[in-house]
Design a protein around this ligand. Structure first.
Ligand SMILES: [Zn+2]
Length: 313
């Protein structure tokens, strides 16, 4: 909006950052509104930062917790990602829960996958006093940790009911609860407490060439199982969460992510994971040997296989 004129531009976004210069050059505006998915959200935040104008986000799906965060995630041609941090989060996020309800269920479930990692990454980062994602690098906050815990509780309480509501065409109260958890709570929790092992593994999963592309939330949900193995958590606890995955349709194994389990692919995932600070710094006892990390990923995959098949969604 500028001098009373409002321009709506339809754009396809590659997600590699190449559009930031182009749209920033011709953007003369008092503020910018991004309507769309994760790539539009990230592009809108980048242009707002470049032009130093307020930013409004209207997500058309909740496949990640990106709307409320103060960073954009962009991708290199090889599939690896990098983040740009900004001074602030968007000024306003408007979520129409009916639009989210009508968006593809897989995106909704992927958002749960991204958000469910927040509590566990937050806990690991707080134990090891890792800096959070706010520009300037601050320590994790109590409030962020409390919100991350609440996010997890909300997803456990409402996730199954929300997904079954969407499957049966019923926009129930749980759908709105999950939207709040993914967009607000996970956004605040990850921003203030940082990402960790689940995201490090997810970045590795994203690098493996595959016929079936997987979504960020699906990738990090598998990464969370790897985090549990690396942390030495009880098998019963992991099985309990995998039951939840199966019920809502999150992948539990590499095969369900479209990835063949072979040494080459495991090495790609493990190599990327250990190269990330969020792997190295979030473990109480650091594991930095690629071979050991491959064993952790194999174990996570085996536990996912033992826990039964994924339901159709
Ligand atoms: Zn994420």
């Amino acid at each position: 909006m500028h001098n009373g004129d409002c321009h709506i531009t339809e754009c396809k976004v590659r997600g590699d950052g190449s559009e930031i210069d182009y749209y920033s050059d011709f953007c003369v505006a008092d503020y910018i509104v991004g309507i769309g998915g994760g790539r539009i959200t990230d592009l809108t935040k980048a242009i707002a930062d470049r032009k130093k104008i307020p930013c409004v986000i209207l997500p058309s799906a909740i496949s990640t917790d990106a709307p409320a965060t103060s960073r954009s995630v962009l991708y290199h041609p090889d599939g690896s990602s990098y983040a740009i941090k900004y001074e602030k989060s968007p000024e306003l996020i408007i979520v129409d829960s009916e639009i989210i309800f009508r968006s593809p269920l897989r995106f909704f479930v992927s958002g749960i996958g991204d958000a469910i990692t927040t509590k566990f990454e937050s806990e690991a980062n707080a134990r090891n006093m890792r800096k959070n994602l706010v520009k300037g690098n601050y320590f994790p906050t109590y409030t962020g940790a409390a919100v991350a815990n609440l996010c997890y509780a909300a997803l456990l309480e409402a996730g199954r009911d929300a997904v079954s509501g969407i499957r049966s065409g019923c926009h129930n109260k749980s759908v709105d609860r999950v939207i709040e958890a993914v967009v607000l709570m996970s956004g605040l929790g990850s921003e203030n407490c940082g990402c960790g092992i689940a995201h490090a593994v997810g970045e590795g999963v994203a690098l493996v060439p595959t016929d079936k592309s997987s979504l960020h939330g699906e990738q990090v949900a598998f990464g969370l199982i790897c985090q549990f193995i690396a942390e030495g958590r009880e098998a019963a606890f992991i099985y309990g969460l995998l039951e939840y995955y199966a019920d809502i349709g999150l992948p539990k194994t590499l095969k369900e992510l479209g990835i063949d389990v072979n040494e080459k692919n495991l090495e790609i995932i493990a190599g990327m994971a250990v190269s990330r600070a969020c792997w190295k710094e979030a473990l109480d006892v650091p594991v930095t040997d690629v071979g050991q990390v491959m064993e952790i990923i194999k174990r996570a995959d085996a536990i996912g296989n033992e826990s039964g098949g994924i339901p159709e969604i």
